[in-house]
Design a binder for this molecule. Structure first.
Ligand SMILES: NC(=O)C1=CN([C@@H]2O[C@H](COP(=O)(O)OP(=O)(O)OC[C@H]3O[C@@H](n4cnc5c(N)ncnc54)[C@H](OP(=O)(O)O)[C@@H]3O)[C@@H](O)[C@H]2O)C=CC1
Ligand SMILES: O=CC(=O)O
Length: 341
């Protein structure tokens, strides 16, 4: 798919600081790295520009990897540099600060943990905004609140660049499989420009209008998800207490009206008290906290989410923050020890 948006004609695709490594960077790049990449790559993209990626955690790494597999010219940065090594080995370039990535790229994506890190990486001392300017674009795909998205939008727009918030629904596996759902809002022309890139990383995308709407949509969805997981946990434990086989319970749920992929995927390992991290519990608690703030801003009662948030807080307090959010079930067992005991 060729870029036809009026966004790109204003962009020079070769950085004055560093010449393009290949005359036709997309095609040649894809050829060079193809022998090192797995055969799973199924999508390719025509994107006439350099793409930056900031934040290589559970989500950022597979998202950036899919862009590399699709033939994009990628430059990465991560606070912990060692997490860049795998992608560098596969052909990604590296810059030592968000500002340098933004300065050397046409479009820069950011996938950070929370509002604080998203603001720091975008607006901090060596933040991306410092390397932004007219003709460039910044796409923040982290899950943050609307106020954070609007603050980052202001810093990016002040530089003359365009901004899009595009948080994602879908976890580690959908990120690996290029099956994410993008919830985008902000500059419509940037949305059109990066659509081919979103289509590499995702299966669907929604354009929701003004900045803040993407964050709101993501927080409402994750508020529901957090409550669902807490309720599922209660059901598993109640079933266990009254002598039901939890595996049969998971199977019964999977065949009925409340069936959800989340229960079928997480249930069997929860029964074994195993919580391999796909979506860290600390991030689910962050999303519930932000959803509570969103609800407060419009005086909407969300008592079920508020109760679920307390469970996630308890689980986090007991050291489960880096485990999968399904570990919230441990907060209901009544056996958690205080970390200092
Ligand atoms: N995991 C999932 O299933 C999903 C997660 N999300 C959302 O995506 C975002 C990322 O999630 P995920 O990849 O799972 O999280 P991880 O915790 O795996 O990664 C977080 C990333 O943020 C970076 N980071 C954290 N704090 C700072 C800081 N102060 N300054 C600079 N960088 C920082 C980390 O760098 P470092 O490596 O140095 O720690 C890392 O790159 C979150 O907002 C999450 O809510 C959305 C959908 C699904
Ligand atoms: O934010 C988490 C997800 O699974 O979506």
């Amino acid at each position: 798919m060729a870029i036809t948006s009026s966004f790109y004609p204003t962009i020079s695709t070769s950085s004055p600081r560093r010449p393009a490594p290949f005359p036709n960077s997309r095609c040649t790049f894809a050829t060079v790295v193809s022998s090192q990449l797995s055969k799973e790559a199924t999508k390719s993209v025509e994107f006439q520009g350099r793409v930056g990626f900031l934040g290589l955690g559970i989500m950022g790494t597979p998202m950036a990897l899919n862009l590399i597999k699709a033939g994009c010219d990628i430059t990465v940065w991560n606070r912990t540099k060692s997490k860049c090594d795998h992608l560098i080995n596969l052909g990604a370039k590296y810059e030592s600060s968000p500002a340098e990535v933004a300065s050397s790229c046409n479009v820069t994506f950011a996938m950070l943990a929370d509002p604080e890190s998203a603001i720091d990486v975008a607006c901090g001392t060596n933040g991306a905004a410092k390397g932004m300017g007219p003709g460039k674009g910044y796409v923040d795909v982290s899950t943050v609140d609307g106020a954070t998205a609007k603050l980052i939008n202001k810093h990016i727009k002040d530089s003359g660049a365009l901004f899009l918030e595009a948080p994602v629904s879908g976890s580690k596996k959908p990120a690996e499989d290029g099956q994410l759902i993008f919830l985008a809002a902000g500059d419509a022309s940037l949305y059109e420009t990066v659509a081919p890139l979103l289509d590499v990383m995702g299966k669907s995308r929604f354009y929701l209008g003004e900045v803040g709407n993407g964050a709101a949509m993501k927080l409402v969805v994750n508020m529901i998800m957090g409550s669902m997981m807490a309720s599922f946990s209660e059901g598993l434990l109640l079933g266990e207490q009254v002598g039901l086989d939890p595996n049969v319970l998971v199977e019964v749920i999977s065949q009925g009206a409340i069936s959800a992929p989340m229960y079928s995927v997480k249930g069997p390992s929860m029964v074994k008290a195993s919580y391999p991290t796909a979506f860290p519990l600390k991030h689910q608690q962050k999303d519930l906290r932000l959803a509570l703030g969103l609800a407060e801003s419009v005086s909407q009662p969300i008592p079920i989410a508020a109760a679920a948030n307390e469970l996630y807080k308890a689980a986090k307090f007991h050291g489960l923050g880096d485990q999968d959010f399904s570990a919230v079930i441990e907060a209901l067992r009544g056996k958690l020890q205080h970390p200092e005991h």
